[in-house]
Design a protein around this ligand. Structure first.
Ligand SMILES: [Fe+2]
Length: 261
C-alpha cells in the first residue's frame, strides 16, 4: 500500500509531537504493508509557520531515525495545501507537491467549500498541477450533496477519502458520505490522514471493509494502483468504473431457434 496523506512528521503541524510516536506509527504502517508514506504536513500560512528548508531538515532527520530503527518504509515529501487566493505562487516557489510529481494534496474550509474554491484551484490546473482534494467527505457542501464530488472530478480534481471516515471515526454523516463517494466510484485515493493520536491501523481496516463491501479491485486501486501513479507521475483517470459494453450482451435467439431449440 501507499499512504498519500499523513501528519507523522513531528514538530511541524497539529500531527505528531514526538519522534518516538512517529517511529511507532511508521513501524505499524510498515508491518501492515505500507511501502511508501507521504508526510503531508499542513501548509497553511498564518497557522503553521515553517520554511521549506525547515521541512526538508525535519524529513531528513526522521528518515535517518527510521533507518536507524531498521525501518524500510519509504518516507516521501508532501504537503496538505490550504487553498486560498494566490496559493499557486507558494506551490511553485516551494514545490508543494507530492514528491516530485505534479500532484498536489489540497484542502479548504470544512464548513464550505467556499464559493471561490474552484476559482482558486483553476490556476493550479492551468499551470499543470494535478490537485487532489483531501478528505472530500468531511466538507459540509459535499455531505449535503455528494454529487459535488463527481462535479469536482469532472473538473479535473481527484478525490481522497480518509480511512477513518469509512470506519465512522468522524461521525455518521461523514461515514455515509464517504461510502456514497466510494460506491459511485468518485473516490480515487484512500489514505490515513494519520495525526498520531492513536494506533495507525485505520487504513488496513478500511481497506478490508471496502474489499468486503465493494470489491478487491477497488480496494487495491485506492490504496496502491492509483497512489503508485503519483510516484511515476502518470495520469490517473478521473472516472474508473468499468461499464459493461453492450456488445457483450447475449444475443437474442432467432424465432426458429426459440421454437425448435
Ligand atoms: Fe490532513
Amino acid at each position: 500500500m501507499i499512504d498519500i496523506h499523513s501528519h507523522i512528521l513531528p514538530y511541524i503541524d497539529d500531527g505528531s509531537n514526538s519522534i518516538e510516536h512517529s517511529l511507532r506509527q511508521l513501524k505499524q504502517a510498515e508491518e501492515g504493508g505500507v511501502s511508501t508514506i507521504y508526510l503531508t504536513s499542513h501548509y497553511f500560512p498564518g497557522h503553521y509557520q515553517y520554511t521549506r528548508p525547515e521541512y526538508d531538515e525535519k524529513l531528513d532527520a526522521l528518515r535517518g531515525q527510521a533507518k536507524a530503527a531498521g525501518l524500510k518504509i519509504k518516507l516521501s515529501s508532501g504537503f496538505e495545501v490550504f487553498i486560498q487566493p494566490g496559493i499557486l505562487k507558494d506551490i511553485k516557489e516551494h514545490s508543494l507537491t507530492l514528491g516530485d510529481s505534479p500532484y498536489v494534496l489540497i484542502e479548504s474550509e470544512l464548513n464550505g467549500l467556499p464559493s471561490d474554491f474552484y476559482a482558486n484551484v483553476y490556476p493550479l490546473l492551468r499551470a499543470g498541477y494535478k490537485p487532489i482534494l483531501a478528505h472530500a467527505e468531511r466538507y459540509v457542501s459535499i455531505m449535503r450533496k455528494p454529487e459535488r464530488a463527481r462535479e469536482l472530478a469532472d473538473r479535473n480534481i481527484h478525490i481522497q477519502s480518509n480511512a477513518g471516515a469509512i470506519l465512522g471515526h468522524y461521525g455518521e454523516k461523514v461515514r455515509q458520505t464517504a461510502w456514497i463517494l466510494l460506491e459511485n466510484g468518485w473516490t480515487h485515493f484512500l489514505a490515513s490522514d494519520d495525526h498520531v493520536r492513536g494506533e495507525y491501523g485505520a487504513l488496513f481496516e478500511a481497506s478490508k471493509l471496502i474489499e468486503e463491501r465493494i470489491d478487491g479491485r477497488t480496494a487495491e486501486l485506492l490504496t496502491l494502483g492509483f497512489p503508485a501513479k503519483i510516484e511515476t507521475g502518470e495520469d490517473i483517470p478521473y472516472s474508473y468504473v468499468r461499464v459493461k459494453s453492450s456488445r457483450h450482451k447475449p444475443k437474442k435467439k432467432s424465432l426458429l431457434r426459440r421454437i425448435f431449440g
